[in-house]
Structure formats: structure tokens, C-alpha cells
Design a protein around this ligand. Sequence first.
Ligand code: PHE
Length: 480
Amino acid sequence: MVSKGAAMGSASAKEGWSSRSAFILAAVGAAVGLGNIWRFPTLAGENGGGAFVLVYVAFVALLGLPLVLAEIATGRIGQTDAVGSVRDVARRSNASTGWSITATLGTIGAFLILSFYSVVAGWVLYYAGVMGGELVSAIGRGDPLGGAFAGENNEQIQSRLGALLGNWPLLLGLHAAFMGVTWFVVSRGVHSGIEKAATILMPIFFFLLIGITIYGAFAGNFSEATAFLFTADFSKLTPQVINEALGQALFSLSLGVAGLITYGSYIKQSGGLGGTAATIALADTGVALLAGLMIFPIVFGASLDPAGGPTLVFQALPVAFQTMPGGALIGFLFFLLIFVAALTSSVSLLEVPTAWGKGELKWSRHTSATIFGLGAFGLGVFALLGYNVLSDVRPLGFWGIFENADILDTIDGFTGKIMLPVGVMILSIFIGWKADRKMMQAATGLSGGMFKLWRFLIAWLCPIAVGLVLLFGLFPGLLG
Ligand code: PHE
């Protein structure tokens, strides 16, 4: 599939993945991140476990998987940045190029998400450092398999998060460090940056994840955790829970931010994409469930509250790492795991606007990555000041659903609850109703029956389901 994209852009040859498996690793790396290991357990815990998990998995299967395929196929056809790719699909289908608004929204969304994603990843970096220090002191005591935080009480352990959030120069340094690494990988390019990072980091990630899960199964309370995650209490299913589950499914699969369109545009290989899309969705969901099975046994084993909210990972788990055997080591590996996952995701977030600057503005990769990296860094500074200097600021305080949201929560909520769903809704209407069918079938490589099923899900189920969730999520009053 050669396109005119090859003739565009800088003097360098068109960038691309070196193999299908390199693409899959990079895409799985993009999907698996803080969303799986931090956001999923938080939301599952807050929303009562099983019922939320069930709805989330249903959304992944019925909406997420078809959308993953739609985004990758769109990028593959366009062979350029996300906005250009959607425009290309529109042109080839004799549809209005205005449909590329879905990718414009997505590109802005990726930029916005990157700004706060890097701040949270900075916390992860901090805790990896803290746990590393604990490990060193455990080794110093001659007890490398000892617990962390010897002699501290729970309050002292948990107070670390508050102290961190109050210390803006430290937050700034961590944010800068994480964004700097992200920028470094992205400016090295698709092949020697993104692909290389994914092929080194993802195996480490899976090794750590499975290791800690097996450990938790023995050392924690595994049966209570499985009961919590896999027994559905349908009385807990409110419209709010359903809205959260959809938002989480989209966020976790990196949908609606044009990320998979962008990554899809680097596919040069031929062959169907159905299996590839299924692998990405399965791996992402599998990691979220495994993360639940890693975290909740530890939470229940230490009698902590599963509904602890966003601080669950940062406050509750360190308490558990104090008493559990090997706690200092496991704690260190745990935060290292989250760091690795976050990095391959932040790279994909920066790649979206970077590719846009290259494709639409004809900037070099380096210039584009630097400008958008600095921009997202700057916006992130406001997000981190929202915990200290600007803690009274409620950017969308006039709007009921964002009334109490600080700067970071506002960016998170606005992108997750509004921009991503709106983006995928426009995309699904475009792909389902406007895009040339023959071209889409060739790009997806689906056989007749599967293609029909896919198109049905994209054309009907996605817009209607996402539209309803948006409506009731944004206007809770409609339900009385
Ligand atoms: N999917 C990533 C996660 O779960 C977050 C992300 C969203 C990454 C959108 C890229 C694009 O952490």
C-alpha cells in the first residue's frame, strides 16, 4: 500500500515499523499504561468491583475492539499524521474532508492528556526512588527480603504523598525528567526510538507483572480479590458507573486521541489487521485484569479499603509493602513496572502531535517533538501547581460535573469524559457511513461476514452507545 504520503515531509525516507510484531509491541506499549495499573484498579475499587469490571469488558469487546481496528486501518490507508490520514480516507471516499475534525480533536486530546500524564508519572518516579532507598536500607540491615519503612507508622508512610504534592519544585523536577525521557525517545524516531523502547521495555514489563502477581497470590488475600473483581453485584450499576466504564475502556485502549491512527500509519507490511487489533485489545484488557489481581490481594491482605480512590496505589500499597515479606524489593519492582508502562504510553501521546507537526506543518521530527514536548510540559506545570500554589483554582468550576475538580482532574475529566467519547463517535460515524466500503475492507483485511459484523458495530452500536453514555454522563439530571 504505497501512498502519496511517501513523497511528503522531510528529506528522510518515510518512517515505519520494521515488522508486524514490532508494531504490535509498540501499540500494546501505548495501550498499557497508568490506565491499566493505576486508573483501572482505582475505578474498579470505587465502583464496587465485579459489575464495573463486567461492563468494562463488554465495552472493550463490543466498542473498543472494532474502534481499534477502525483507527489502525485509517492510519494504514493514509500513511501520514492522523489528521492527514482521515482527510485522505475522506478524499478517497468522496466525503467531506471536514471529517478530519475527529483527528484534530484527538491530537489536541493527546497533547492535553500528555500534560498531566507526565505529572502522575513523576509521582511514580518518586515512589520508585523512595522504594529503591528502602531496598538499599533493607540490604544495609542485612535483610534484603525485609519490609520497607522500618519503624514508621501508617500515618508516616501515607504522609509521603501529601508531602510530595505540597513540594512543587520536586514535582516540577520529576515532571521535567519524565517529559525529557519521553521527548528523547520520540525525537529519535519511529524505528530507533519508539520501536526500540517498546521492544526493550515491554518484555521487562510482562516479566515484572507476572512475577508480582504470582507473588501476591501467595502472600496476599487472593480469594477475596477474585471474589471482589469477578462477582458482579448489579445493584451497583448506575449510569455513572457505566459512564466511567466506557471512559476507562477508551482511555485504556488509547482510543479517541488519534494514537492508533498515527501508529497505524507506520504499517508498511501487508496482511489483515483483525488479529492485530484483537491482540492489542486482549493484551490491554488482560493486563488491566492482571493488575487488579496483583493489587487487590495486597490490598485485602493488609485489610485496606479497596475504594481508596486515586491514592490507592500511592498510599495504600506502601503500607502493605511494610509488612509483607520482601516488601521493599517488591515495592521497588512494582513502581518500576508502572514507570515502564507509563513511558511507552507517554511516548505514543507525544508522537501524535509530533506527527501532526511533521505532516501538516512540515516541521522536522526533532522540532515538532521539542515544541509539543515543551508545550505539554508547560501545561503540566499548571496541573502540578494545582496541588499547592494554585490549589484553589477550579478551572471549570462553573460546570456542575467539574465543580470540585482541581487543574489536573479537570484536564483528565474533560479529555476522558468528553473529548475521547466525542472523538470516537465522530470517527465511527465517518468510518461506518462515509468511508468507502471496499477500501475499508481491503485495509482491515476482514472476510465478508466479519466485515459486515464490524461495520454494524462501528456504524450503529458505537455512535448510539457512546452518544447515550455521553448524554447521561454529562447531564445526570436527565435521569431525575
Ligand atoms: N492507554 C494509556 C493508558 O492506559 C493512556 C493513553 C491514552 C495513551 C491515550 C495514549 C493515548 O495508560
